[in-house]
Design a protein. Structure first.
Ligand SMILES: *Cc1c(COP(=O)(O)O)cnc(C)c1O
Length: 251
């Protein structure tokens, strides 16, 4: 916060380390200094977190992720008071960014199963994170539902579920993490998340950043982000187990 700060913007949980922002603290600090607060709540979905209830002014979602839920549309949403939304609506009218009827239809259809899908994402996230945390080929697991996560206490207080994204650091270097991704059989490899099918990515490999840029972004080379779909948790774990055990055998 600087003397000219007008807006606080946060993502929670964050990508890819799933850090959880204490929204009441953020809103309180902002209110005392006349600062507007905006939270990107895409990873949490409105099922797991409702930032407006914690005093945040505006909430944005990429509807391309969990709200649509099937990796087949692009969309977004902004939620807040009528007063704050009015100028955004006005700007949209001027600039012309609107959904196609087909995207709007797919989004409405996807929303009907949002609660069911998120319940499964939460269950898969917790079970997979707990499995990974005890596997010797995994150095570290980042998931707010694990007591070892630095923001576990905030997440428990603020959220009703911890979501379907789990990040992990594989024992070894960039090549070993890449090998792990290639050994997985169930997930697609790609940069998106939030759909019914599982998608995995190694951020350091996917975004062609040089080592300095990766360090600046805080991305470790052996990090793998796994966005769990709604498949059966036992199948997902069996697939992870075969890939991780193979890594250990390959040494
Ligand atoms: C994907 C994503 C966005 C961007 O959304 P698009 O619908 O792809 O434009 C913004 N914030 C978060 C947290 C995301 O995951």
């Amino acid at each position: 916060m600087r003397p000219r700060t007008r807006l606080f913007f946060a993502e929670t949980p964050t990508n890819p380390y799933l850090r959880v922002i204490d929204l009441e603290r953020m809103a309180d600090l902002a209110r005392r200094h006349g600062i507007l607060t905006v939270v990107d709540s895409t990873f949490a979905t409105p099922i797991n977190l409702r930032p407006l209830e914690h005093g945040i002014d505006l909430v944005i979602h990429s509807a391309s992720k969990y709200l649509g839920g099937h990796n087949d549309l692009l969309g977004g949403a902004v939620v807040g008071s009528r007063e704050l939304i009015a100028p955004i609506e006005e700007a949209r009218g001027v600039m012309g960014g609107i959904s196609s009827p087909a995207d709007a239809y797919l989004l409405l259809r996807g929303l009907k199963t949002l609660a069911l899908r998120v319940a499964r994402h939460n269950e898969n996230g917790q079970r997979v994170a707990e499995f990974l945390a005890q596997h010797p080929a995994v150095r570290r697991v980042h998931y707010p539902g694990l007591p070892s996560h630095p923001d576990h206490a905030i997440a428990r207080r603020q959220m009703s579920g911890f979501g379907g994204v789990v990040s992990m650091e594989i024992e070894g270097d960039m090549a070993r993490a890449a090998r792990f991704v290639d050994l997985l059989r169930l997930p697609y490899i790609g940069p998106t998340l939030g759909g019914v099918e599982s998608i995995v990515e190694q951020p350091a490999a996917l975004f062609s950043l040089d080592p300095d840029e990766r360090a600046e972004a805080g991305l470790v080379d052996n990090l793998v982000r796994y966005a769990l779909g709604v498949e059966d948790a036992d199948d997902l774990i069996a697939d992870l187990r075969q890939a991780l055990d193979r890594l250990l055998q390959e040494g």
